[in-house]
Design a protein around this ligand. Structure first.
Ligand code: AMP
Length: 615
């Protein structure tokens, strides 16, 4: 299967055709100076270029795609197109198949990435016109960082601003960080979900990422790619007070600050000789003090972040260098990785100096054999990562239509489980629940009886009791119900009611003030061990389930798997979730992935630790 990968920048386009199984290049093309009078096109890294004159993105892409297709033996072999999109905002946390709605959403995100998203979108629109019959998939640079915890993604602004979804840390280079983390884990013969890694993407743009058990939990770029490390022409971190000072005392406008911080600073600004580290290193060796300073400030900043990320993760198994500088500059690696013995990372000077990445050895180690923390160099390959994401999505949808057992989806309205003691308090001594109708899970029933639930703001006069009685009282409501009642209940698995809010229940024979027990049920699938084997999952795995309702198809993430001989295959969601997907009776879903394993494992640990006997 051949995948076309398009990286459409503001003035350049890179287009690669990759073989999905091997990652091999089938063809590649670069176009530069789009929008200028003298755009050029270069094939497969050849020296000669073809002049295109003045072209816009659409014209440039048309030329690129026409020429690429001519070079392929079988032009129909392109199975999908992957588009790199810089900003996916809070919405896009995975690669998505592009529809006009996705295009609109990328357009709306342009204000967050004015240099990048419009160009990315121009490429998408042109390519979809030119190749209308294949899947187009957007792969986002921000997506890998969707797992940043709130404390890491929040700027300490006034609360309302800090919670503005457009004013937070997003992080970038996610495609590269995820890719090198995965490659490093393979090199170490370990599962990325068992490792704490610091990935250093050091190129013209540069960022660090703390990859804890497969998930990004901290990264150095923020709302924009300006935060963090020193870069080719960007300052990285700077005291925001300096900006105020420049505005007040030196008359800087927003545009002038933008120019200063994004294009006139960093290695180029400090060194005065441009942003190419090779030149800077050569001049530093000849005694140029500006260039020496540029190297020192760059390395110092990276070291500072490495220390911080090791502290955040409570240790680190490997530090991985990638990007033009990380992969090629032994000097910069040396300056960054020396004297990290306190972290357990011992640099092997000879290996570092002699190291040369090759296509057969795209990951290499430059720490000493006994170094507890490994120092690695990994060749990043964003276009391959994009091709892999596209083929995975295409194969996954093929799988979906082929051999998956459909999962019946049931929408649970608000309901309550009670102890026998609670039943007697509410309905009188010795009272027994009366079964009204059987539920799908064997032995479970909806009772004739209902109970009044009284919240601080409103009440529900008749909430159905489900039987038989249990060892814990538990009211399961939707988020909308929470707002109506005026309480804030956590999303929990059934039986896990510790530290949940309480509520007042009123029955015909008495009242009962629950101290705890109100939860918003964690969406889950009940299944038998046979089902679990069929789907390749285990009890307490967290999976994704796609539901197709025609006009509101939805993929539910964070679905908890519960396996028992006593269960029957069924997914349970609440009314809010059912409405979101427009689900009616007889709806089914398809299990599509278990990608969130690292998340799941950590969750499980917490979940089991909190409540070992949870039902
Ligand atoms: P990237 O943006 O990943 O292509 O990285 C570009 C940066 O890598 C530029 O600063 C280059 O100077 C730097 N770079 C590439 N090769 C070398 C090398 N052999 N030694 C030092 N820096 C290099």
């Amino acid at each position: 299967m051949k995948i076309l990968v398009i990286n459409c920048g503001s003035s350049s386009i890179k287009a690669d055709v990759r073989e999905h199984a091997t990652g091999a290049f089938v063809a590649r093309m670069d176009i530069e100076r789009i929008g200028q009078p003298n755009a050029t096109l270069r094939f497969d890294g050849e020296d000669s270029t073809t002049d295109l004159g003045q072209v816009d993105h659409e014209q440039a892409l048309k030329k690129t795609i026409d020429l690429l297709l001519k070079r392929l033996d079988d032009p129909g072999a392109i199975a999908g197109v992957g588009h790199r999109v810089v900003h996916g905002g809070a919405r896009f946390t995975h690669p998505v198949r592009i529809t006009s709605e996705v295009e609109e959403a990328i357009d709306e995100l342009a204000s967050l990435a004015p240099l990048h998203n419009p160009a990315n979108l121009a490429g998408i629109r042109a390519a979809r016109k030119l190749l209308p019959d294949v899947d187009h998939v957007a792969v986002f640079d921000t997506a890998f960082h969707a797992t940043l915890p709130r404390r890491a993604r929040t700027y300490a602004l006034p609360y309302e601003m800090a919670n503005d979804p457009g004013l937070r840390r997003f992080g970038f280079h996610g495609i590269s960080h995820a890719y090198v983390a995965q490659r490093a884990a393979e090199f170490l013969d370990a599962d990325v979900r068992d490792l704490r890694l610091i990935t250093c993407h050091l190129g013209n743009g540069a960022s660090l990422c703390a990859v804890e058990f497969g998930r990004s939990i901290e990264t150095s770029m923020g709302l924009t790619p300006l935060e963090g490390l020193v870069m080719g022409t960007r300052t990285g971190d700077i005291d925001p007070g300096l900006l105020i000072h420049l505005m007040r005392e030196h008359g800087y406008t927003a545009d002038k600050l933008d120019e200063l911080l994004n294009r006139e600073s960093g290695l180029a600004g400090l060194s005065g000789v441009g942003n190419d580290l090779r030149d800077i290193e050569a001049r530093a060796a000849d005694g140029d003090d500006h260039c020496r300073l540029a190297i020192q400030v760059f390395a110092h900043r990276v070291r500072k972040y490495i220390g911080a990320y090791a502290a955040i993760m409570g240790g680190v198994d490997a530090i991985v260098f990638a990007g033009g500088i990380g992969e090629n500059s032994a000097l910069m690696r040396h300056r960054i990785a020396q004297r990290l013995d306190f972290l357990g990372a011992r640099l092997d000077e000879d290996r570092n100096r002699e190291l040369q990445l090759a296509s057969l050895q795209p990951v290499q180690m430059f720490s000493t054999p006994h170094s507890r923390t490994r120092l690695l160099v990994a060749r990043t390959d964003e276009s391959r990562a994009i091709a892999e994401a596209v083929s995975k999505l295409i194969l996954k949808s093929d799988e979906l239509t082929l051999d998956q057992r459909p999962i019946p989806v049931a929408v649970s309205a608000r309901h309550i489980h009670l102890t026998q003691e609670a039943v007697e308090t509410l309905f009188g001594p010795g009272y027994q629940l009366t079964p009204r109708n059987d539920l799908s899970q064997p032995g479970q029933f909806a009772a004739e009886e209902t109970v009044k639930v009284v919240g601080p703001k409103n009440e529900f006069p008749a909430v159905r009791i489900l039987g038989p009685t249990r060892s814990l009282n538990q009211l399961e409501i939707s988020r909308t119900d929470e707002f109506t009642l005026g309480i804030d209940a956590p999303v929990r698995a059934s039986g896990d009611v510790a530290n949940s809010p309480g509520i007042l229940l009123v029955g015909p024979a008495g009242q009962l003030k629950l101290e705890q027990g109100v939860i918003c049920a964690w969406r889950h699938i009940h299944m038998t061990p046979d089902d679990a084997e069929h789907f390749g999952v285990k009890d307490r795995d967290v999976v994704e389930v796609a539901v197709a309702s025609g006009d509101r198809d939805l993929v539910f993430g964070d679905v908890l798997v519960r396996v028992s001989e006593k269960y029957r295959l069924e997914m349970h969601i609440d009314t809010d979730e059912g409405n979101a997907a427009n689900l009616g009776r007889g709806a089914t879903g398809t299990l599509i992935s278990t990608e969130g394993r690292a998340q799941l494992r950590r969750r499980n640990t917490r979940y089991d630790a909190v409540n070992p006997a949870a039902e």
